[in-house]
Design a protein around this ligand. Sequence first.
Ligand code: SF4
Ligand code: SF4
Length: 355
Amino acid sequence: MSTVMIHPATYATVQPAVAKAFALFPLDLKGKNVLIKPNLLRGSAPEEGVVTHPAVLRAVVDQVERMGPAVIVVGDNPGLFGYGANEACFKQTGLMEAAKGYYRNIGNDSRGVAFNPQYLPQVSLSQAVLDADVIISLPKFKTHGLTVVTGAIKNSYGLLPGAQKAKLHKAAGSPQRFQELVVEVFALRVPDLFIMDAIVGMEGNGPASPDLRHIGLILASDNAVAMDAVVAHMMGCEPERLPFLQKARQIGLGDFDLGKIQIEGHLSRIPDFKLPAMGGTAIASNRAVQEFLHSKTILRPKADPALCTACGTCVEQCPVDALSMNEDIPQVDADTCITCFCCQEMCPEKAIALQ
Ligand code: SF4
Ligand code: SF4
């Protein structure tokens, strides 16, 4: 039976919750290569709630230092084409300082590994991932238009550096297949411990929604399926209806049945939690229904002229070239768009809404 810890915390008092997580899920870190992976997306201020808060990373680094000596690396691969933006993302989010000198651009060094040829026969994993004896994943409590929950499993999508994330979005081609693909990426190297920043969470049309929600919790587990099942339940979504959890259980990564998960703390639903507008399509009962609903209820990205600075980032990041600049505002070709939401994630002005 898997265990999920649910512990009250604030960003000013996060250390006891982190210490309890390591006590509940003990790891031998002495002399080990330890990779700590926060959840980055793009350069953003900590108060935007888009990435793991620096206070959580700092508390985890402090704890790992105490449990060492270990060879610590803090890294992630934010964005789609953002090789050059890795360091800038860490600096802007405050995670560079929180990493206490252990930051490394893990996107600079990678190695090919076999993948599912349905999508791509091979993907690159950061060498730091392959070298790690222990991986500690620090997901954020957030919604996602394609997966409903972006938590412990989805955080591992960032183990892939660079443009292949966009290629995989394109190869998936539908929300259902994208959910299955995310699980296959996760399974390439399952992290050893998950500590989730659920102090300030995100609801609505994540993963870059302006709708933040104070939750006041740190979650922890050594099983990502159990953790994401608990998160789904808290959000008001039955875990068994999420295709990525179904896929994860099918390939033996864990169980989403709440009756088989031991809760260390208090589990309750968050009242009136706003799921993504497209969440209904992602949690429909079967694949055909999902694809049908997706085609009927599809949202498209639309730039707000009052916020857009015509920087062109979204146009560059779109994996299928569905965006083009027209009179200094990006326009979407609805037939080409695969609703991956990468443009919304990457827009530095939060100018893209889903309509
Ligand atoms: S990324 Fe945002 S600000 Fe830049 S062009 Fe696109 S919508 Fe405009
Ligand atoms: S327009 Fe936006 S949502 Fe559509 S495919 Fe391009 S990046 Fe994805």
